[in-house]
Design a protein around this ligand. Structure first.
Ligand code: 3PG
Length: 213
């Protein structure tokens, strides 16, 4: 694993975030995540201004690891890099887009769930994959089955992860980190309920620590 992947793995969880008002919310949210022991954010391009949000966060907290989610185009990769983002997460495996990230030197976690995806990821020389949508694609049972032939990969499951099933995933050595929107629900962000987000982060970190032993 490279340095970015190692840092993500050490933190253990990756909040998947949609920010509709980056100018208002990115700064307090970055404070909140750091206070909660989760100095990492995947800001999705599901809302315009993901790059603005990333830039605000990295300026304010240079110690944070900030990247982009739901990346579908090379232009979004460029915008992520320009904003100071350090990683890219894509929902599926787009070989050309992964190659573009490799050319640009930015870590990419493409969404993979099938043996065909894993084959392609192997050919691309990847080491850590997003496993998406995790619960809907067979969850931990499928992650373990895939690791039989493809034991070289670590995965970052996302999709359907919550405080209820986090421990089960985090305890599995194939898992690099668990991603999810549950730590930063839209409502808590728009209502500025930062303390509740801090608590969700702290609880997640505790669960991962305990699960890993
Ligand atoms: C993602 O883009 O990674 C997922 O939509 C997050 O899934 P979740 O909302 O079920 O955590």
């Amino acid at each position: 694993m490279n340095e970015i992947q190692n840092r993500i793995s050490r933190i253990g969880v990756v909040p998947v975030i949609k920010l509709t008002n980056p100018a208002r919310d990115a700064a307090p949210l970055s404070d909140t995540l750091c206070a909660g022991g989760v100095p990492v954010a995947e800001i999705t391009f599901r809302a315009e201004g993901a790059d603005e949000a990333m830039n605000i966060m990295v300026q304010r907290h240079p110690e944070m690891l900030v990247g982009a989610g739901t990346v579908l185009t090379a232009d979004q990769v460029d915008r992520t890099i320009a904003a100071g983002g350090q990683f890219v997460v894509t929902p599926g495996l787009d070989v050309e887009l992964v190659r573009y990230c490799q050319k640009k030197g930015i870590t990419c976690f493409p969404g993979c769930t099938t043996p065909t995806d894993y084959h392609a990821a192997y050919r691309l020389g990847l080491e850590v994959l997003k496993f998406f949508p995790a619960e809907q694609s067979g969850g931990l049972a499928k992650i373990k089955a895939m690791a039989a032939p493809f034991g070289m990969f670590k995965v970052m499951p996302t999709g359907g992860i919550s405080l209820k099933n986090l421990a089960e995933y985090a305890a599995c050595p194939i898992i690099a980190a668990c991603g999810g929107s549950y730590m930063c629900p839209d409502r808590l962000i728009t209502e500025g309920r930062w303390d509740e987000i801090t608590e969700l982060c702290k609880k997640s970190v505790e669960i991962v620590k305990e699960a890993r032993g």
